[in-house]
Design a protein around this ligand. Structure first.
Ligand SMILES: NC(=O)C1=CN([C@@H]2O[C@H](COP(=O)(O)OP(=O)(O)OC[C@H]3O[C@@H](n4cnc5c(N)ncnc54)[C@H](OP(=O)(O)O)[C@@H]3O)[C@@H](O)[C@H]2O)C=CC1
Ligand SMILES: O=C(O)C1=N[C@H](C(=O)O)C[C@H](O)C1
Length: 237
C-alpha cells in the first residue's frame, strides 16, 4: 500500500517503522502546512494536531482518499466530519485509541458500567497519565471511556478535576489528568464505596500498540466506503 502520513511526529514515525517492515510504502510524510498532492496515495493516516486534523480529514473526503485519524482534541467537530463523509461518499475511521488492549478495555468498561448501574453506592472516578508533551486533557481515550460509562445510565457527564471524587456532583464522572515524564498512556477506572474498591486499568508500555492498530485499520479501510470504528476493524462490539 502507498500510505500518506499526515503528521510525522512520535506516532507518524512509529507507524512508518512498522509499515516499512511490512513492505508498505510511505509516499507522504507531512509535518507542516506546505502544499502537497495525494497522487498515487491509497490511504492516509492522520496523527497531527487537533486544529490540523479537521483540515486533513476534509481534504481526504474531498479527494476520495480513505482516512484513518487518531488525532485527539477535535471531537467537537466529529459530527460535521461524519456529515461531510456521507455527502462525499468517503471512507473514515476515527479512534481515540488504536491499541487492541484499549479497544477490549472499552468493551469491558461498558459491561462493568452496566453491572454497576444497580449499585449506586459505588462512585466512579477516572485517572489518565501521559507524557508531558501531550497537548490535550483529558485524553481522547478517557473521554471514550467516560462516554462508555455514561451509556449505562447512572452518570450524565464528565468533568476534569484535580483530585478525587468527593466534591463532585452525583452524576458527574471526575477525570484526573496527570502529565509525567515519557508515560505512553495509562488509564485507570475506579469504583469505590465504603465496603470495597474495584479497579480496571490499562497501561501502554510503548506506542507500538497504537501504531500497529492504526496501520491495521488503514489497510482494512481501503476499498470500503462509510464511517467505521476500531470495534468494526477488530470485530469486537
Ligand atoms: N488514537 C491513538 O491511538 C493515539 C492518538 N494520539 C494522538 O495523536 C496526535 C499526535 O500524537 P503524537 O504523534 O504523539 O504528537 P507529535 O507532536 O509527536 O506529532 C504531531 C506532528 O504533527 C506535526 N504537524 C504540525 N503541523 C502540521 C501540519 N500542518 N500538517 C501535518 N502535520 C503537522 C507536528 O510537527 P511539528 O512538531 O513540527 O509541529 C508533529 O510532527 C495527538 O492528538 C495524540 O493525542 C497519540 C497516540 C495514540
Ligand atoms: O497523546 C498521546 O500520547 C496519546 N493520546 C491518545 C489519547 O488522547 O487518548 C491515546 C494514547 O493514550 C496516547
Amino acid at each position: 500500500m502507498k500510505i500518506a502520513l499526515l503528521g510525522y511526529g512520535k506516532m507518524g514515525q512509529a507507524i512508518e517503522k512498522i509499515a516499512l517492515a511490512q513492505g508498505h510504502e510511505i509516499v507522504i510524510k507531512k509535518d507542516d502546512v506546505a502544499p502537497f498532492s495525494f497522487e498515487g496515495v491509497d490511504v492516509a493516516i492522520d496523527f497531527s494536531l487537533p486544529h490540523i486534523a479537521v483540515s486533513h480529514i476534509t481534504r481526504c473526503f474531498n479527494e476520495g482518499i480513505p482516512i484513518v485519524s487518531g488525532t485527539t482534541g477535535w471531537l467537537d467537530q466529529y459530527e460535521t466530519m461524519t456529515t461531510l463523509c456521507k455527502e462525499k461518499n468517503g471512507s473514515f475511521i476515527y479512534a481515540s485509541n488504536f491499541s487492541i488492549g484499549v479497544n477490549i478495555f472499552f468493551e469491558i468498561n461498558k459491561k462493568l458500567a452496566e453491572y454497576m448501574a444497580p449499585h449506586p453506592s459505588y462512585k466512579v472516578s477516572m485517572e489518565e497519565i501521559h507524557h508531558t508533551q501531550k497537548l490535550d486533557a483529558p485524553s481522547g481515550t478517557a473521554i471514550t471511556l467516560a462516554e462508555g460509562i455514561i451509556a449505562a445510565g447512572t452518570y450524565t457527564n464528565w468533568k476534569e478535576t484535580e483530585s478525587d471524587s468527593n466534591t463532585m456532583e452525583a452524576h458527574t464522572i471526575p477525570i484526573v489528568s496527570k502529565r509525567e515524564g515519557m508515560v505512553p498512556g495509562t488509564h485507570i477506572i475506579t469504583y469505590k464505596n465504603e465496603i470495597d474498591t474495584l479497579q480496571l486499568s490499562h497501561e501502554a508500555h510503548s506506542r507500538v500498540g497504537f501504531a500497529q492498530g492504526a496501520l491495521v485499520a488503514a489497510l482494512w479501510l481501503v476499498g470500503k466506503k462509510g464511517i467505521f470504528s476500531m470495534a468494526d476493524v477488530l470485530n469486537i462490539s
